[in-house]
Write a protein that binds this ligand. Structure first.
Ligand code: NAP
Length: 284
């Protein structure tokens, strides 16, 4: 039987650390880390994420601003706001909630954010820094996964790690972070042949596909650590992961549940990046 990795608990630990650091920063320098979040339009899921980010800031004592812009906002208006926030000393981190409405160019917005304030770590400068292992900001979801793996106390060095999924926001940076911790890393995707053969080699299996209950017990090595990044809505509205918990849990040594695993970590890692950005701004 696997030990359950409790993402809520680990996330709460991260926020406690951040609270203490916020207080220290304020006492020493009179500065609070500041996060600006931009949301364009009325996407219900995005609204929930943005509200949670705002709440997260309040919880750890950060300064925050939320810009809720109408659907018909133009590219020029959005870029002008990013430019204003780039120049604002109270703001250490800027995040534009994706996806944007179709008429807006997401790439142009990502490029417009000052890399020193790019707390999502989506700017090519930060992506490149992650590649060479010289980074301030960790991409939030993969960073949360690393923290969860670390919470098991298992040393990543030399482990066979398999990541299923090669997206720019999860799979690819996840593989890089594991590599920087000296794992032997394999990345799988929709064209991978004999997927189960590859996944059965994994001491640590990270699954980020977006297909409910895709990974089953027969695809997992006895004693593996299994991290489920997937967030899928079932017909009954319930949230479920990419891993079939019922068949995988008996084989795994550690496993993350959905909900309550990777999900709660992502915003905590965003807050961690904002703290890092504030500290970097002080050092300058
Ligand atoms: P994505 O951009 O759609 O990428 C999915 C990846 O899975 C692709 O690389 C795709 O391969 C691969 N894939 C699809 N079907 C496959 C199959 N049958 N066998 C092997 N690989 C397959 O998704 P994403 O943004 O990375 O997100 C993945 C999941 O994580 C989603 O459920 C998302 O909701 C969730 N997520 C959760 C959080 C969180 O905070 N917990 C954050 C981000 C994402 P190809 O490249 O070949 O198409």
């Amino acid at each position: 039987m696997a030990q359950i990795i409790n993402g809520k608990l680990v996330s709460a630990e991260v926020r406690e650390e951040l609270k203490a650091q916020t207080q220290e920063l304020f006492e020493k320098y009179g500065i609070r880390p500041g996060l600006a979040v931009i949301i364009v339009g009325d996407d219900p899921a995005s609204k929930v994420y943005v509200n949670n980010k705002e709440k997260g800031c309040a919880e750890v004592g950060f300064y925050s601003e939320v810009y809720r812009l109408p659907e018909q906002t133009t590219q020029e208006e959005l870029l002008a706001l990013v430019d204003k926030l780039n120049k604002d000393d109270k703001i250490h981190g800027i995040l534009c909630q994706l996806p944007l409405p179709k008429h807006l160019d997401e790439n142009a917005v990502i490029l417009a954010i000052n890399p020193e304030k790019d707390v999502d770590a989506f700017h090519p400068v930060n992506v490149g820094r992650i590649m060479i292992g010289d980074y301030s900001f960790l991409p939030c979801t993969p960073a949360g996964v690393m923290r969860l793996i670390e919470s098991t106390g298992v040393d990543i060095t030399g482990k066979e790690c398999v990541v299923i999924g090669r997206s720019n926001i999860v799979g690819k940076p996840q593989a890089m972070l594991l590599l920087h911790k000296n794992a032997t890393v394999t990345i799988c995707h929709s064209r991978t042949k004999n997927l189960a053969e590859v996944t059965r080699r994994a001491d640590i299996l990270v699954v980020a596909i977006g297909k409910a209950d895709f990974v089953t017990g027969d695809m997992v090595k006895q004693g593996a650590i299994v991290i489920d990044v997937g967030m899928n809505r079932k017909a009954d509205g319930k949230l479920t992961g990419d891993v079939d918990f019922a068949s995988v849990e008996p084989k795994a040594s550690f496993i993350t549940p959905v909900p309550g695993g990777v999900g709660p970590m992502t915003i905590s890692m965003l807050l961690t990046n904002t703290m890092t950005a504030a500290k970097n701004a002080i050092i300058k």
